[in-house]
Write a protein that binds this ligand. Structure first.
Ligand SMILES: NC(=O)c1ccc[n+]([C@@H]2O[C@H](COP(=O)([O-])OP(=O)(O)OC[C@H]3O[C@@H](n4cnc5c(N)ncnc54)[C@H](O)[C@@H]3O)[C@@H](O)[C@H]2O)c1
Length: 324
């Protein structure tokens, strides 16, 4: 963001309209895992001061290293200068104490694990400790914004800001209005997303919103087909890549998203719609229980070796007639 262009403050006194750029002094990101580090990267690169908070110091260290590596790639490609990279990294502060991280925040984006009780607790705490005008956003993939807003005293300022993985590359931000979200807050988050170089789309609060209501049943169906022995991992992914022009097969995508996250989203769809068609595949549940989460744990449908880009099917599924 070009700070010279800033013409609107978030004080809440100025009505936000379509053409107003949003100024925020501090944006706090709660959770520094797969999504939290990407969101922090994008805000820092666009001139915002970022407070990146996680309960796990190791996750913060890993996130800073990942952001540094991803920015190095942009420098190598010529899309970021070394100086801009150092400035962006200098804008990121890390915290393990939430109260410290949010006390002067204009916007908080929660990107902690996809667990409803965890998120409700985080929002109760955020409501207590954030400044009164602070917007509380969540990167949840599926959990009801209305439910999250209801545990705060500011449901009008609670909104979904659903970034896609990998955040620095993916253009979409799915903005989710809770039942009580103020139109002005939606406009602010819309403008802010555009300032980050993203393409925002606004949707309403139904289980899975749009993206995961459509994507997750596709992934779950691919897992069911594997579970039933209809085809192997490579065949399922190849058919969807070459036959449907998907850039990545559904099983590889599930590994990339994290199988625990996929399972949680299916659970939300299943409970939210009360329809058996959304029941998570037993194979997905078993893999999550056993700790096979995909890329982040080193193995899911594929086996991941640090430093190697080769796509290797997990030995568990390597036999042609694999069937659970
Ligand atoms: N992974 C994806 O592709 C993807 C895409 C879009 C949205 N999301 C959503 O983003 C959110 C985060 O997913 P992720 O894939 O980054 O998960 P992740 O498991 O990679 O990271 C979660 C992080 O949250 C931290 N955490 C847990 N409890 C916390 C707390 N109380 N306070 C602060 N930090 C806490 C953990 O230590 C961990 O570092 C989820 O809601 C998920 O549904 C994920």
């Amino acid at each position: 963001m070009n700070l010279q262009q800033v013409i609107c403050t978030l004080a809440g006194k100025t009505k936000t309209d379509k053409n107003m750029l949003v100024k925020m002094n501090v944006v706090t990101i709660i959770g520094s895992g797969t999504m939290g580090n990407g969101i922090s990267h994008v805000f820092a690169q666009n001139g915002f001061n970022v407070h990146m908070m996680d309960i796990n110091q190791g996750a913060l260290d890993k996130a800073l290293a990942t952001i540094g590596k991803n920015m190095d790639r942009l420098v190598a490609k010529g899309t970021l200068t070394e100086e801009a990279k150092l400035q962006a990294l200098g804008r990121i502060k890390t915290f393990t104490d939430m109260v410290e991280a949010v006390k002067d925040a204009d916007l908080v984006i929660e990107a902690a694990s996809e667990n409803i009780d965890l998120k409700l607790n985080i929002f109760r705490e955020l409501d207590k400790h954030c400044p009164a005008n602070c917007i509380l956003a969540t990167n949840t993939s599926s959990i009801s914004l209305t439910r999250i807003g209801s545990v705060t005293k500011r449901p009008g300022k609670v909104i979904g800001m659903h970034f896609m993985n990998p955040v620095p590359i993916m253009k979409l931000v799915e903005i989710i209005n809770g039942y009580a979200t103020d139109a002005e807050v939606t406009q602010t988050i819309f403008n802010l997303s555009e300032q980050l170089g993203k393409v925002p789309c606004v949707v309403n609060d139904y289980p899975g919103f749009i993206s995961n209501r459509i994507l997750m049943p596709l992934i779950n169906e691919a897992i069911l087909a594997l579970q039933e022995g209809v085809a192997g991992v490579s065949e399922i992914d190849t058919i969807m890549k070459l036959g449907m022009a998907h850039p990545m097969g559904p099983l590889q995508l599930a590994d990339f998203i994290g199988l625990d996250t996929c399972y949680s989203i299916m659970h939300v769809l299943h409970m939210g719609f009360g329809n058996q068609k959304y029941a998570p595949a037993t194979l997905l549940a078993n893999m999550v229980q056993a700790g096979y989460m995909g890329v982040k744990s080193g193995e899911g449908f594929y086996k991941y070796t640090p430093g190697s880009k080769e796509l290797v099917v997990s030995a568990r599924f390597a036999t042609k007639q694999w069937k659970q």
